[in-house]
Design a protein around this ligand. Structure first.
Ligand code: MG
Length: 171
């Protein structure tokens, strides 16, 4: 067993799940809305799937350390960009959600990665189609002074990872 350091204890606090859920809510996204994305990804394959079950899988995803770290990092960058605390040229890239930036998608892959390859397909799909809450985040991100550059990919990735978790369970 690995020796624990003080730093490990700080980041391993049981309230990390609550903290990341609260941060996402402050940015306008609830787990229920993410579960709705997951439901729409999987309901056509699993007729007996319930929204409650989707929410349980979303909950499972946000208890993973890598996922929590990706959420904290991405949301922080969106917030710092909005506050003007990111230097150029990065600030403009983040505020304008510059198409060739790409690091937002790469960070989100850390989330998708937790449940393997089905997650990648689902992530690509909802990133293109932008259903439900993703459409709202996309439009809101285009408003002046608002930055959802990392948030939309994080939300899509959590939904995709939960869909993947469900697919593994029912396979
Ligand atoms: Mg993005």
């Amino acid at each position: 067993m690995e020796e624990k350091t003080f730093d490990d204890e700080v980041v391993n606090e049981p309230n990390m799940r609550d903290m990341v859920v609260k941060r996402m809510e402050e940015r306008g996204v609830t787990l229920v809305e993410i579960a709705e994305l997951t439901y729409n990804l999987q309901a056509k394959y699993i007729p007996e799937l319930s929204r409650e079950s989707c929410l349980e899988h979303v909950e499972r995803v946000v208890t993973k350390r890598e996922v929590q770290n990706a959420i904290l990092t991405g949301l922080e960058l969106d917030i710092l960009a909005e506050k003007g605390n990111v230097s150029e040229p990065l600030r403009t890239m983040l505020m304008d959600d510059y198409g060739l930036y790409g690091v937002d998608e790469v960070l989100a892959l850390a989330i998708v990665n937790v449940y393997g390859s089905i997650g990648f397909t689902n992530f690509g799909y909802i990133d293109k189609v932008k259903p439900g809450i993703l459409k709202k985040l996309d439009l809101e991100g285009k408003e002046k002074g608002k930055c959802n550059t990392f948030l939309d990919d994080i939300v899509g990735a959590i939904a995709a990872a939960a869909a993947s978790s469900i697919a593994h369970k029912f396979a």
